[in-house]
Design a protein around this ligand. Structure first.
Ligand SMILES: CCCCCCCCCCCCC[C@@H](O)CC(=O)SCCNC(=O)CCNC(=O)[C@H](O)C(C)(C)COP(=O)(O)OP(=O)(O)OC[C@H]1O[C@@H](n2cnc3c(N)ncnc32)[C@H](O)[C@@H]1OP(=O)(O)O
Length: 360
């Protein structure tokens, strides 16, 4: 009689692990052919001493070479994935075979597996660089953590100061406070937003694991409004739009930077994570809208003052107003906004999908 053994599985980004519950397994034949793993052996399983076999059709392509190792208690099989990646299940069919279960001794979810790789790389580099522990690389890692923590703390303090100040002033002075936001907040905002340029460098040099383009869009967009629209036009300083722009920027940052601060120590506080990945939903469109309003309000001022206009190109005989560039910028703003909205949505899905899997 041929029976099916119990099989436990787990995965990493590059391989699949199978643990077959057979003691004293003999005459083991295991191979993968056209994406199907075939296993046959004699041994002592759930139904006593017998012939056991099973087949599994994998969810995605695997490499044909399969390695196995049998111990007195089990047979361990390792299958290499054809392409690096995370599989949502093991087999092509959605319903898992009854003899198959997760191997909780080896089970990791995607982000933990990523962490495992990073730790391995850091250990390998550690040996490579110095051959000793604690090594230069470890010191570099803690230096990086210390640097990022300090950076995030400084930004958090800056944005919290602005948020609290604007809120208190709004309560005390009411509508009047909207008109002098620039005079009271701009120094700190200039400081924080200049510092934020470092975020593009962090992403570009791999100091944090994120893509450069969304960060670049964010920093360029904000600094354009801050330095060019507000900074260079005195006429804009007393406009309420400054309040809305600064206030919306500050709200998200008082959640984002503490989230990163905890992340520096691989810690999280669930309500904060939820807020970091949710509160942008109303804030981002409102922020982009208020930035667009600021740009639109500045157009007649640039036209009137001729500030930043290109002086007198011979072919036209008159200077080209900076406002033409602002119309192009408004189109870019819409495009950049859509791209970043998509990015933020993807980050949110990635974050909560991973967390949900962890909870299961
Ligand atoms: C190039 C030409 C440009 C032309 C310009 C055209 C104009 C475009 C206009 C666009 C409209 C902009 C409007 C906007 O300015 C309005 C506002 O901001 S309103 C206020 C609301 N805003 C928001 O909610 C957005 C806030 N900003 C962000 O979220 C980020 O800046 C953003 C880049 C958009 C997304 O961030 P990121 O991709 O980094 O996502 P994560 O937070 O998930 O981070 C990914 C992982 O990296 C780790 N990380 C990141 N930074 C740090 C750090 N400083 N310290 C430590 N760790 C960090 C983070 O923990 C994640 O790691 P893990 O996944 O392991 O947790």
């Amino acid at each position: 009689m041929t029976l099916t053994p119990l099989v436990y599985w787990a995965q990493r980004h590059e391989e699949i692990y199978l643990r077959v519950e057979l003691t004293d397994a003999q005459n083991i034949d295991v191979h993968a052919h056209e994406n199907v793993l075939h296993f046959r052996a004699q041994g002592h399983g759930a139904k006593g001493q017998n012939d056991y076999n099973f087949s599994l059709e994998f969810y995605l392509p695997v490499k044909p070479g399969v390695s196995h190792k049998s111990t007195q208690r089990q047979v361990n099989i390792t299958v290499q994935k054809e392409q690096r990646g995370w599989w949502e299940r093991l087999t092509t069919q959605e319903r898992k075979p009854v003899f198959l279960a997760p191997d909780f001794d080896r089970w990791l979810d995607e982000s933990d597996a990523e962490m495992e790789i990073r730790e391995k790389v850091s250990l390998n580099l550690c040996f490579y660089i110095s051959g000793t522990f604690p090594c230069t690389f470890n010191r570099f890692v803690s230096l990086k953590t210390g640097y990022l923590f300090t950076y995030n703390l400084v930004q958090f303090l800056g944005f919290s100061w602005m948020f609290v100040n604007m809120t208190v002033r709004l309560f005390i002075f009411g509508q009047d406070s909207l008109y002098d936001t620039y005079h009271t907040m701009s120094d700190v905002m200039f400081f924080c937003q200049t510092l934020a340029v470092l975020e593009v460098l962090h992403a570009a040099f791999g100091v944090v694991q994120t893509s450069v383009f969304p960060t670049l869009i964010q920093v360029v967009a904000r600094n354009f409004v801050l330095f060019i629209i507000f900074g260079s036009l005195e006429e804009m300083h007393n406009r309420p739009v400054v309040f809305f722009v600064f206030y919306l920027w500050s709200i998200i940052e008082i959640f984002r930077y503490p989230f990163y601060m905890l992340g520096c120590f691989n810690t999280e506080w669930k309500p904060l994570t939820w807020l970091r990945y949710t509160i942008w939903m109303p804030l981002y469109p409102l922020g982009a809208l208020s930035e667009a309003v600021a740009v639109i309000q500045s157009i007649p001022i640039f036209d009137k003052t001729k500030l930043l206009s290109i002086p007198h190109p011979k072919a036209i005989g008159t200077s080209v107003s900076f406002s033409y560039f602002l119309y192009v910028y408004l189109a870019l703003l819409f495009l950049g906004f859509s791209l970043n909205l998509r990015h933020l949505y993807k980050q949110r899905t990635r974050r909560f999908r991973t967390k949900k899997r962890k909870a299961n």
